[in-house]
Ligand binder design. Structure first.
Ligand SMILES: [Mg+2]
Length: 223
């Protein structure tokens, strides 16, 4: 990663939550993913393999299993969200260095997640970084429009009023990064297990370790 001059103009720092602010290796999101498949299976009374396929298809088509289930099956979101996030949060550990790095960035820090508010609160509390953020924009705040839909970005911007070119968006998924870029934001792909190899054109930065990269960005901003 090379921090460039444009980082000095960034005044909004927009972070995805799952597998971005905590490592995919924690297995937290994997637990949620398994519960989503089970929920889809029960809700539609289908086989597990079929539920898995449907989940993948909805993820690709709508950006999230939830959006697909709501659109195609008229599912009510609240029970789904509560159920699939009923997981063990202990793999997410206190991260004091991350809190210091985020707090050190100038401007507003936001969380932009396809997960629900309660999940975001639990994760941020466990990491010990909740106090670093001016706002958390969860799936309820976007009226259940998930990233990478442009509606999600529009609703985020309507809430916080940033200039897209002065906002840096961190996410571990290439399709979300592409959507952020199309919306006019600066983008940082945070590598996780699901990230593509190489450097996608939509990513201004490709980040291997969040801590080292935020430290480098912090130094570039203060130069
Ligand atoms: Mg993510």
């Amino acid at each position: 990663m090379t921090a460039r001059d444009w980082v000095k103009r960034i005044d909004h720092w927009v972070f995805d939550l799952d597998n971005t602010l905590y490592p995919a290796a924690s297995g937290l999101f994997a637990q949620i993913d398994v519960r989503m498949t089970a929920y889809v299976q029960r809700y539609l009374q289908i086989e597990i393999a079929e539920a898995r396929d449907l989940q993948k298809r909805y993820y690709e088509e709508f950006g999230a299993t939830l959006a697909g289930m709501m659109t195609r099956h008229g599912m009510e979101p609240h029970d789904f969200l509560e159920n699939v996030h009923d997981v063990d949060y202990t793999p997410v550990k206190l991260d004091a260095p991350l809190a210091a790095l985020i707090a050190g960035l100038p401007g507003k820090k936001l969380v932009f997640t396809n997960g629900p508010r309660q999940h975001a609160r639990r994760v941020l509390d466990r990491l010990g970084i909740a106090q670093c953020f001016e706002g958390v924009f969860a799936i309820e705040d976007g009226q259940f429009a998930p990233k990478p839909s442009v509606l999600a970005f529009e609703r985020l911007q309507a809430r916080f009023g940033f200039v897209p070119g002065q906002a840096l968006f961190f996410d571990d998924l290439a399709n979300n990064i592409a959507a952020g870029k199309a919306f006019g934001m600066r983008t940082a792909l945070v590598r996780s297990g699901k990230s593509p190899h190489g450097h996608p054109a939509e990513a201004d930065l490709v980040i291997d370790g969040l801590h080292a990269s935020l430290a480098e960005i912090g130094r570039a901003v203060r130069l």
